[in-house]
Design a protein around this ligand. Structure first.
Ligand code: PRP
Ligand code: URA
Length: 209
């Protein structure tokens, strides 16, 4: 069974409070999502393997560590996932970025794929799927399905807020995908929104309605 990691660092939880607040305006919302994404990237990379390297300091040789040449790929789910992308790239500037366009049909809540452009050598990369909201889990599962159909095997999922229903859905469909979240909320409402959540992540990031 995959693991679910709640990124409960005080800075993340503090910023998430402002992100949830209906009175937080678009510009601040975007900034805060960016900051939390950076902090979560710190958590999600905790287990990246290191290799030894010797460097010469001004004083002596030092036995040091470096991240071994890993191939990483970031896959934001359009459009709200884009709000977290730059924050993650601040810590992982060499990662290649792929994009998947998915929207939830408002009637059926089923995800519809409308765009896909993946990193080079994608099957060899460790991939982080990025989306602020894990609600029914339909979008995340559709994205992961799409990646696996193309031969990807090393996939993590990073979300700001998850509903228990979404976590269950991803775990049932993909028990090899670890899930990183800043919070697990209470439930979904009848429209598939996370309660209490933060509303529509895409609209709040981009000022649309
Ligand atoms: C939101 C969100 C997720 C999806 C989560 O996107 O960013 O992708 O809903 O819901 P699910 O777990 O029930 O699939 P939305 O479909 O609203 O598209 P947008 O990012 O373009 O606004
Ligand atoms: N998508 C969102 O943007 N918000 C939710 O609460 C659920 C899905």
């Amino acid at each position: 069974m995959s693991k679910v990691v709640i990124c409960d660092h005080p800075l993340i939880q503090h910023k998430l409070t402002y992100i949830r607040d209906v009175n937080t305006k678009t510009k601040d919302f975007r900034q805060l999502v960016d900051e939390v994404a950076t902090l979560m990237a710190y958590e999600i990379t905790r287990e990246i393997p290191l290799e030894g390297i010797t460097v010469q300091t001004p004083v002596a040789e030092a036995e040091c560590k470096m991240i071994s040449g890993r191939m990483l790929g970031l896959i934001p789910i359009l459009r709200a996932g884009l709000g977290m992308l730059d924050g993650v790239l601040k810590l992982l500037p060499s990662a290649e970025v792929g994009h998947i366009g998915l929207y939830r049909d408002p009637e059926t809540l089923q995800p519809v794929e409308y765009y896909l452009k993946l990193p080079t050598d994608v099957t060899e990369r460790e991939l982080i799927v990025i989306d602020p909201m894990l609600a029914t889990g339909g979008s995340a599962n559709a994205c992961i399905d799409s990646l696996k159909r193309r031969g990807c095997t090393q996939i993590k999922l990073m979300c700001l807020i998850a509903a228990p229903e979404g976590i269950k859905a991803v775990q049932e469909a993909h028990d090899d995908v670890d899930i990183y979240v800043a919070a697990i909320d209470e439930k979904l409402d009848e429209h598939g929104y996370i309660v209490p959540g933060l509303g529509d992540a895409g609209d709040r990031l981009y000022g649309t309605k």
